[in-house]
Design a protein around this ligand. Structure first.
Ligand SMILES: [Cu+2]
Length: 107
């Protein structure tokens, strides 16, 4: 961990990127026509990966088209890194009653 010996802001930003590349990762399963967990709270910089376990195509879509996936076939995944704090509501464009939200909050 050479970077731990550095000082100041540079070390802080390097450490942040190490955390980002390391373990800040969450998975949302798409199964039985539902996102699970439906609500997720993560720290900024977390990568969220959605995986479709159904035999039916689903999407991860947002009303303002801030982000979104193509139709995900069985076992397909879509991932996005959430850098900014906020509440990110999403739904499945094929089945709009399937909804979920990612809350991005500083720990
Ligand atoms: Cu769907």
């Amino acid at each position: 961990m050479r970077i731990l010996k550095c000082g100041g802001l540079l070390a802080a930003s390097l450490l942040a990127s190490v955390v980002w590349a390391g373990g800040a990762e969450r998975v949302v399963d798409i199964s039985k026509f539902a996102f699970s967990p439906k609500e997720l709270t993560v720290a900024p910089g977390t990568r969220v990966t959605w995986v479709n376990h159904d035999e039916i195509p689903h999407t991860v879509s947002t009303r303002d088209k801030a982000f979104g996936s193509k139709a995900l076939d069985t076992d397909d995944h879509y991932e996005r890194v959430f850098d900014k704090e906020g509440d990110y509501a999403y739904f499945c464009a094929v089945h709009p009653y399937m909804t979920g939200v990612v809350h991005v909050r500083k720990p």
